[in-house]
Design a protein around this ligand. Structure first.
Ligand code: ADP
Length: 209
């Protein structure tokens, strides 16, 4: 699509200041909202920009994304996932800390007796539990873990970009890569892990470094 000069200006403004309301864009261009409306409609329909009620306009992910995004957008999680490190729900806080060091990871995934995902335990969870007790060997991780259904997961066929978005949105360092075992009971098996390190690695690989 060939853009008009004004449409290009709108994109530049949204790129620099998005999310931004139509009113604010109009002010920046010294135009009325009504004069701006057709261009905003065209750019939205073309998929260059997106609008969210009460938030404003922002650049759509499909609109000429930067190279890293272009590279990762198509990459499925399955190509990059690492081996998941799991502990049983009955394991103690002490055991989990040992496991964390042995495996050199920041997060452990907790599984129930059937091997299904039951929880997530991070280093801060373990630190918090440790300062609260003198006997970490007596507390099972199931008491302190973040449990289902509050676990943020990612499917094998989802993209690395989606994984990155979820980690940022929920402010977490890792995502269990899961396979659904049973839809009705919402049970999942853990088949991998994606961490912020995974994303950095992918970045370097795609950048050819
Ligand atoms: P830490 O803060 O220990 O460096 P995180 O930022 O990943 O690690 O974890 C912050 C909190 O979020 C912890 O309480 C942890 O249990 C929880 N958490 C970590 N990963 C997930 C996840 N995938 N889904 C839901 N909660 C998670």
């Amino acid at each position: 699509m060939k853009l008009s000069k004004r449409q290009e200006e709108i994109i530049e403004i949204i790129k620099a200041s998005g999310p931004i309301t139509g009113k604010q864009i109009a002010e920046k261009l010294s135009l009325s909202r009504a004069a701006l409306r057709p261009d905003l409609a065209i750019l939205t329909m073309a998929g260059t920009i997106d609008a969210r009620p009460r938030v404003g306009y922002y650049l759509s992910m499909n609109a000429s994304p930067p190279p890293f995004v272009r590279g990762t957008v198509q990459k499925p999680v399955s190509e990059y996932k690492a081996h998941p490190i799991v502990v049983q729900a009955s394991a103690s806080v002490y055991d989990a800390i040992v496991q964390l060091f042995l495996e050199d990871v920041g997060t452990l995934y907790v599984v129930d007796e059937s091997g299904h995902l039951a929880g997530v335990i991070s280093r801060k969870d373990l630190l918090r539990a440790s300062i609260g007790t003198r006997s970490p060997e007596e507390i099972p991780v199931s008491i302190i873990m973040t449990r289902m259904p509050n676990i943020v997961m990612i499917g094998q066929d989802e993209t690395l970009l989606e994984a990155a978005r979820k980690m940022m949105e929920f402010q977490i360092d890792s995502l269990p890569v899961v396979k659904e075992v049973d839809k009705t009971t919402h049970t999942y098996s853990v088949v991998g892990r994606i961490t912020k390190t995974t994303i950095v690695k992918a970045y370097l690989e795609i950048a050819g470094l």
